[in-house]
Design a protein around this ligand. Structure first.
Ligand code: FE2
Ligand code: FE2
Length: 293
């Protein structure tokens, strides 16, 4: 039941993790529950498969980053591919539902920001190459956190000034990791280093101003803040999407207004898909009984 084992199990697509000495009755009960909820949903198995592929790739990536190993390019490409195909399916909301199955905060956050970024780039009509860059940058944006002690990352509630300083180092740590490895596009390096910068110069690590922050960085910053607001944590309730979007709008001067507006369309499209899915799900019993006889 170590955090690492659980993370690896989730990367393989596990829905439940039980202790090795769990009573048999508990095991049977959980298996029964999973079988009962395993009926395919209207979103289909395609999205779930892509989600598992992206999660597994992310697991390899985070493990390599934490242990100082070479970041596996195949894992990065694999997750980017899965994310972009999922974005083409247009059901961001179903993606988010899958993301909540991960109780590991780092996984949840990476998959969330990446899913949002892939949908954002798709909405903006970017070509395949640019979408690959944006999604890849989102997958890697917090890779530096793999080197921040878990005790700090997982600490519920307030951090000391010293702990905050430590967390603030993650953009530079991530950037330096990628530079040391070599072969990463300048845009990906810029996103990793500068995704906590604000247009008014109040961000970190360098207090860049608007002219020094390129559009892809601005995009990931928007996705990153929105993700942090709607994330589920044991110690904080998730903020509803409309409220989280209002926070982005309220950050005028810090975030790119035009990009925030388009991002709003991404969120609205996701809510519409959810509504559509609910209607479809409610209509399903009639259709199922019709086909199954
Ligand atoms: Fe970050
Ligand atoms: Fe982040």
């Amino acid at each position: 039941m170590s955090p690492r084992s659980q993370t690896q199990a989730h990367a393989l697509g596990a829905r439940e993790v039980l202790s090795v000495d769990a009573p048999r009755s508990v095991l049977l009960d959980r298996v029964g529950h999973l079988l009962g909820s395993a009926a395919p949903t209207s979103t289909g198995a395609g999205l779930q498969g892509r989600f598992i592929a992206a999660s597994a790739a992310l697991g390899d990536l985070l493990d390599a980053a934490a242990t100082g190993g070479h970041l596996p390019a195949a894992a990065i490409n694999g997750s980017v591919e899965a994310l972009n195909r999922a974005a083409e399916g247009g059901d961001l909301d179903a993606w988010l539902d899958l993301v909540w199955q991960h109780d590991d905060a780092t996984y949840q956050h990476c998959l969330l920001v990446s899913g949002l970024a892939a949908a954002f780039a798709h909405r903006l009509g970017f070509g395949e190459a640019d979408r690959r860059l944006i999604t890849g940058a989102a997958v890697l944006h917090d890779i530096g956190k793999a080197r921040i002690p878990l005790a700090i990352l997982r600490k519920p509630g307030g951090l000391t000034a010293e702990e905050r300083e430590t967390i603030w180092q993650h953009p530079k740590i991530g950037h330096d990791m990628l530079v040391a490895q070599g072969g990463y596009a300048p845009m990906i390096l810029a996103v990793v280093l500068s995704h906590h910068e604000y247009l008014d110069g109040s961000g970190y690590p360098h207090g860049l101003n608007a002219g020094q922050i390129p559009d892809p960085v601005r995009m990931i910053t928007i996705c990153d803040i929105y993700a942090a607001l709607i994330e589920r944590r044991p110690y904080k309730p998730p903020m509803p999407p409309e409220e989280a979007y209002a926070v982005l709008v309220g950050m005028a001067g810090k975030l790119d207004r035009d990009l925030v507006r388009v991002f709003g369309e991404v969120i609205v499209a996701a809510s519409a898909a959810r509504l559509g899915r609910h209607i479809e799900t409610r209509a399903m019993p009639t259709r199922l009984s019709g086909t199954a006889g």
